[in-house]
Design a protein around this ligand. Structure first.
Ligand code: 3NM
Length: 208
């Protein structure tokens, strides 16, 4: 079973003004061992080129790197895995293409979706948005801490990542409500020092 770090950082070029590779480098400086590359604006070709550099940085630092949405890029780059949304290639198809070793994560937004997802060939489930977020447009309604707790109960011991509106101030509550890991974009990437921010978070949320 996949053991995720307590903090699940996701890159965002718009927020940081930094390349994906530079973000991986700073996150790794702060102790990140797992990063998702998320890119919503570049062409597949440009994302491929940027992700290639980011992956070289990640693997030189023993950081696992997964690609948001794009199974083709994950496959072409030999990334560690892919994170899929409800409208991406189905997880079963991604598993067939990427093989048994790849990490496959899957986003859900309701208890019902989470229940269904628990039977799929995935390594972890994401549920969100937990709180209101400005980072992603058109999100589903907020799940809240009580909703997160219900999802935890419904998916057994499948690794569970909470996402959406999570900050250093509420991360502990999110873990206590049942998340194994907290995904963070804006609260982490808009901090003055990304490495210091994730280092402090990892320390404060340490696994038992
Ligand atoms: N997915 P922030 S919410 C990428 O609900 C993403 O599935 C969500 O960014 C979902 O940490 C979200 O800045 C944005 O709130 C998370």
């Amino acid at each position: 079973m996949l053991r995720l770090p307590r903090v699940y950082p996701i890159t965002d070029v718009g927020i940081t003004g930094l390349s994906h590779a530079e973000q991986v480098s700073r996150l790794s400086d702060g102790g990140a061992s797992f990063v998702q590359l998320r890119e919503k604006n570049l062409t597949p070709r440009d994302f491929y080129e940027q992700a290639k550099v980011a992956l070289a940085v990640a693997h030189s630092r023993k950081v696992q790197l997964i690609i948001n949405d794009r199974v083709d890029l994950a496959l072409a780059l030999q990334a560690d895995g892919v994170h899929l949304g409800q409208d991406d290639l189905p997880p079963e198809a991604a598993r067939t293409l990427l093989g048994p070793q790849a990490i496959i994560g899957f986003s859900t937004h309701t208890l019902e979706q989470a229940r269904k997802a628990a039977t799929l060939p995935i390594d972890y489930l994401a549920i969100g948005p937990i709180f209101r977020t400005a980072t992603k447009a058109d999100t589903a309604p907020e799940v809240g801490l009580a909703g997160l707790n219900s999802v935890r109960g419904a998916v057994g011991n499948l690794p569970l990542v909470a996402i959406g509106g999570i900050t250093p101030a509420n991360a502990q509550d999110v873990i206590e409500a049942g998340a194994d890991s907290v995904a963070m974009i804006s609260a982490l990437l808009s901090s003055r020092n990304i490495a210091d921010c994730i280092r402090a978070l990892l320390l404060s949320l340490e696994l038992p």
